[in-house]
Ligand binder design. Structure first.
Ligand SMILES: *Cc1c(COP(=O)(O)O)cnc(C)c1O
Length: 388
């Protein structure tokens, strides 16, 4: 019998991706073509937004978002303490000041009480909301808190394709959203990202700023080769190769999400039997998750077992991950720059030390979930993990 091997993530690509990719390769248009345009149109439809602008990554999108809104030297931007470092780096790129806020232990999303207190006492220019592992933040509550304060709200939707709050999709909840198509995200283009917005001005600026700040795009020029440069723009475009893969991937998205939800629901039920573990998740039907993965969290005094658990699972051919291994303000770069300490962010630190992300991706099925649950149960007991 072939031994089962469970990968944390696996790009699900086939003939459709291959055919579209070869179409690009055998043509002459490697950038500025129809593939990116069609991918943007399909993505806008799926996300229920007016505008979708492809980018070279989610990080590029986040940076562009702050750049086009004139976030600059010393401006304060709120970032959750538990997220991918890209969220905070985008603020640093602008020489702005990341104001880190700890997370809610129940969900891993930004703590709304701390957020509210910070907005009351500090002059905040922007908030980057992160839908942690696909579970959407209560953006309505944040808007209510930020009301009349003219605060820009950018959603980091890297793990939140198809998540929604009250049937409004992530990416349409704030002023703009940024998605990622890195290989193990919900859909992939290799590297790539997408900005979504309902604001025509944001869309126009993003298009200009992702392409050097040209006043007119390649297809819009009256005389070929003649253009003006009106801004300090970047090269954050998505190539036609990447877009071709995305165009094939987005047709599979509904199926991917359905499989993720099935796997997640099954595994979540099975893991409920293990009293020693916390599972940060919220069942509220208003908040539809994108089910990126299923996090388990060891009790605070048991987090020293975490790495052993990961290794033991690895020995059983079960690939897991950690989102993320450290509260962002306590990564060396931020710690040295701003002198933060772990005790300033106790919940994010707990997640960093004690969480394991279990896979629920569409490359896996219910049998895989059962294997994961059985192994977790066995390991928790063999390590004698207590629930205090
Ligand atoms: C993956 C990820 C990013 C970075 O996305 P890239 O496309 O690799 O730039 C940003 N934020 C979150 C929450 C992520 O998970």
């Amino acid at each position: 019998m072939v031994e089962r091997s469970i990968a944390f993530g696996k790009p699900m690509v086939g003939k459709e991706e291959e055919n579209l990719l070869l179409e690009v390769l055998s043509g002459t248009q490697y950038v500025h073509g129809d593939k990116a345009k069609f991918f943007e149109q399909e993505f806008a439809k799926k996300t229920d937004v007016e505008y979708a602008i492809s980018t070279s990554s989610c990080t590029a999108g986040l940076h562009l978002g702050l750049h086009i809104h004139g976030i600059k030297n010393g401006d304060k931007v709120i970032v959750p303490a538990m997220t991918h470092v890209a969220t905070a780096h985008s603020v640093e790129f602008q020489n702005a000041y990341p104001v880190f806020i700890d997370i809610d232990p129940k969900t891993g999303n930004i703590d709304l009480d701390l957020l509210s207190a910070t907005i009351e006492k500090d002059q905040i220019k922007a908030i980057i909301i992160v839908h942690y592992l696909g579970l959407p933040v209560d953006v309505h509550a944040i808007k209510a808190i930020a009301k009349d304060k003219d605060i820009l709200i950018i959603e980091d939707c890297a793990l939140a394709v198809e998540a929604s709050v009250d049937n409004v999709k992530a990416g349409a909840l704030g002023d703009m959203g940024c998605f990622s198509f890195y290989p193990v995200k919900h859909i992939t283009t290799g590297e790539g990202g997408m900005i979504t917005t309902n604001d025509s001005q944001i869309a126009e600026k993003a298009k200009k700023m992702k392409a050097f700040g040209y006043n007119s795009a390649l297809g819009e020029r009256k005389i070929p080769g003649i253009y003006d440069v009106v801004d300090l723009g970047y090269n954050y475009r998505m190539s036609e190769f990447h877009a071709a893969i995305g165009l094939a991937q987005i047709k599979k998205l509904d199926y991917f999400i359905k499989k993720r939800q099935e796997n997640f629901t099954y595994l979540y039920d099975k893991l409920q039997e293990i009293e020693e573990l916390y599972i940060p998740y919220d069942h509220n039907v208003r908040f539809q998750s994108a089910y990126y993965c299923l996090n388990i969290l060891l009790p605070k005094k048991q987090t020293h077992h975490r790495n052993t658990m990961i290794e033991t699972l690895g020995d059983k051919n079960i690939g897991v991950s950690v989102h993320y291994p450290c509260a962002v303000p306590c990564f060396t770069y931020y710690k040295e720059k701003y002198a933060y300490e772990a005790k300033d962010f106790p919940i994010a630190t707990w997640y960093g030390n004690g969480s394991i992300s279990l896979p629920v991706g569409p490359h896996l099925d219910i049998d895989d979930m059962q294997v994961i649950a059985d192994n977790i149960k066995a390991i928790v007991h063999s390590l004698d993990i207590k629930n205090k």
